[in-house]
Design a protein around this ligand. Structure first.
Ligand code: MSP
Length: 696
């Protein structure tokens, strides 16, 4: 038997200064889907995550809590680990050890020190001005919140990412001669255009390297909380050299003279067939696609095969982030779903939503309301309902035996379904392969919708009433059964828990995760299979009740001891294009005409529109509503060029409480529909209508 192909997959290591939120869980969930999928494709997968535990922000967070940095990271690391368990994350190395790395572990310190020693050793014969690592005075501004240099001059400046004043740093540092790697990096991007994905990110990285590539500081004297520099312990490593090396520590780098003694490291990193993928968020691409390959080139170690940078999960148009206070946490979502449906569905509901709703690679909006809607529509009414209908009929009419496989007397319609099944198999596979998760799920759900339609057309419950039609009944149920089997199988990487509960109901044995994708479309054989007891897998969720429960649980995390819904997050309300969402909790899932009348809607004419610096999605719009001109901030910048909006008539919610965003006031909201991809489409008028007219 030839060896399985290798696949080494990493998430970024998460800052352990606070607990994870849905945004941080996103990268890990995505990686888990990839890891599960690759295993089903026959790969030997090493999948690693971990925590980034050094740096000033950890020191400060610990100080604020009156504990040591080590105590703080120990506390938070546990929360990460527990969350990954709750989310069923399969971070492990092959079939062996846990894939979890901590940067405060002794193994990691050894790995970082070995890497730098190896680099210095390699350059010994070079003149000092050609060596990759050297000492120099550094003076510049540094953002301790984003762990990034903001400027290389001492003048005061604000961090472009978080807007806070950057701190002055002035000290002797060890530097990495990044400037010397310009040509080699450009050659790398040229010879391996897939090195950075998606393509548009590759272009960003290339332009950055083509510009003025500066040497970077990789040590700190002013910080105590870090890995000591070998032979110069006054210095500790700067977070990125330390953090990036963790990708190798996790699989055993650092052992032996050259650091490469560990067989796992050789297998997953240095072997000629090793395939290393770093999955990251878009804001840390430079560190991964520029610094990291240069560090590795300097140490003469093989490079990863690919860096994939995904977009952000936005909450009210802004990146979800603890420091901005606009976060949703995964635990309440999972637990509230489980509690209120009485079934273990919360994890799969969250995973499905995150992968289905956002086009992977681009930014996506997170909303609890759409999460619940998706669950009810696609899981409860979609896969769950179809599986339970088909299985219940098989139980009822055929005593739980699958009549015959393949479909006994296929007609035109059955052949169509058969073809669709093959198409879905190929499409889902190709889309999973290219990390187009929403596309893969869309293909699978196309099959579910088609079989739903097929059952409505042939009405097996009517066929069952006439014994003469039982051949046809058998055909219809066999075709439907097999489509459910295929959909369940293909959805497994995204819905690991629920598909595994459907699997035995389909009369299938074993763990879905150990099945091979290539076997999926093999004929099942003609012997009847006994199905398991049909049981609903996705009970419907009551939107309002669930929403409020999630809110209360989240609030409990934010302010332990209080279980009130948060006053700062929007309850389910009309989807608007404005940044100013409603803040009132929903009172009931149906509203009265009086409730509706509370919303004042008017025709507005857009007088001007302009972009807002630093906010990709927002436009500042001046809208004439008859007796006044209002300033409204609307999250439509990706869908509309400002100059195309002037003169447009739109629907404005005029009695919404004003709200500040990015220091600007938004006084109203523009109504817009949302396409399946989450793009806004403004509501507008076909007939002439003066601004200020009431909409009712
Ligand atoms: N510690 C560094 C990474 C070092 S890797 C060698 C770091 N940590 S982080 O905790 O700030 O972010 C970790 C990952 O979580 C990043 O990929 C980041 O993009 C992701 N996310 C954090 N918030 C996010 C969203 N709101 N949306 C999507 N992903 C986000 O950077």
């Amino acid at each position: 038997m030839p060896d399985k192909p290798k696949f080494y997959l990493t998430t970024p290591i998460y800052y352990a200064n606070s607990r994870p939120h849905v945004g941080s869980a996103y990268t890990t969930i995505v990686c888990d889907v990839i890891a599960r999928y690759k295993r089903m494709c026959g790969y030997d997968v090493a999948f690693v995550t971990g925590t980034d535990e050094h740096g000033v922000n950890i020191e400060r967070a610990a100080e604020a809590k009156g504990i040591t940095p080590q105590q703080l990271v120990d506390e938070n690391e546990k929360i990460f680990r527990e969350l990954w368990k709750l989310l069923g994350i399969t971070n492990r190395i092959g079939n062996g050890g846990e894939g979890f790395v901590r940067t405060t572990s002794p193994e990691h310190a050894r790995a970082v020190q070995t890497l730098v020693r190896r680099t210095i050793e390699q350059d010994k014969h070079l003149p000092p001005d050609k060596r990759s690592i050297f000492k120099r005075k550094y003076e510049g501004r540094y953002c301790i919140y984003d762990n990034a240099y903001v400027s290389d001059t001492p003048e005061p400046v604000n961090c472009p990412t978080c807007g806070r004043p950057a701190e002055l740093i002035s000290e002797e540092n060890y530097f990495f001669r990044l400037s010397a790697y310009k040509d080699r990096l450009l050659d790398l991007y040229k010879s391996q255009p897939q090195f950075v994905q998606p393509d548009f990110r590759m272009n960003e990285v290339r332009s950055f390297v083509e510009g003025d590539l500066r040497d970077i500081s990789i040590s700190r004297k002013s910080i105590k909380w870090g890995i000591p520099w070998p032979g110069d312990p006054e210095h500790v490593f700067y977070v990125w050299y330390d953090a990036l090396t963790s990708y190798m520590t996790a699989i055993g780098y650092g052992e032996g003279e050259d650091g490469e003694a560990n067989p796992q490291f050789r297998k997953y990193w240095t072997a000629s067939d090793a395939h290393v993928l770093h999955m990251i968020g878009k804001e840390i691409i430079r560190f991964h696609a520029v610094y990291w390959p240069a560090f590795l080139m300097a140490a003469e170690l093989p490079l990863p095969k690919q860096i994939f940078a995904h977009g952000w999960l936005l909450f009210e148009q802004e990146k979800m982030s603890k420091s901005k206070g606009n976060v949703a946490y995964p635990e309440p979502i999972v637990k509230a779903f489980d509690e209120l449906t009485g079934a273990k569905v919360g994890n799969d509901a969250l995973r499905y939503y995150l992968l289905r709703e956002t086009v992977f690679g681009q930014d996506g909006n997170f909303s609890r309301e759409s999460l619940i809607i998706r669950y009810n529509a696609d899981l409860a009414n979609g896969l769950g309902n179809l599986a339970s209908r088909v299985l219940t009929m098989m139980e009822q009419y055929f005593d739980g035996r699958i009549p015959n496989m393949p479909v006994p007397w296929p007609g035109e319609r059955e052949k169509q379904i058969e073809n669709l099944k093959t198409w879905v198999f190929e499409a889902a596979r190709a889309r999973y392969d290219s990390f187009d998760f929403s596309g893969a799920l869309e293909a699978i759900w196309r099959l579910i919708a088609e079989v739903d339609k097929y059952l409505v057309e042939f009405q097996p419950w009517v066929l069952a009433k006439d014994k003469a039609k039982w051949d046809q009944l058998e055909t219809v149920l066999s075709a439907a059964y097999d489509a459910v089997r295929v959909a369940t199988f293909l959805a497994h990487p995204v819905l690991p828990e629920s598909t595994q509960r459907i699997w035995p109901q389909l009369g299938q044995v074993g763990k879905l995760g150990s099945e091979f994708l290539d076997d999926l479309l093999l004929p099942l054989g003609r012997q009847p299979v006994r199905i398991g007891k049909p049981e609903g897998v996705f009970p419907r969720a009551d939107k309002k009740e669930l929403y409020e429960r999630i809110e209360a649980m989240e609030n409990e995390i934010r302010n332990p001891g209080t279980a009130q819904p948060s006053a700062t997050s929007p309850a389910p309300a009309a989807t608007g294009a404005s940044a100013a969402s409603s803040t009132a909790p929903v009172a009931s899932s149906k509203i009265t005409i009086e409730d509706f009348a509370k919303v004042e809607l008017r025709v507005g004419r857009i007088d001007s529109a302009e972009r807002i610096q630093g906010a990709d999605k927002l436009l500042k719009i001046m809208v004439n509503i008859g007796d006044e001109v209002r300033q409204v901030l609307a999250g439509i910048a990706l869908a509309y060029a400002p100059e195309n909006l002037v003169g447009r008539k739109v629907v404005v919610v005029t009695n919404l409480a004003p709200r500040k965003m990015r220091g600007l006031e938004s006084n109203g909201m523009l109504l817009a529909a949302s396409t399946a991809d989450g793009n806004p489409v403004l509501c507008t008028f076909a007939e002439e209508i003066p601004p200020g007219s009431k909409v009712k």
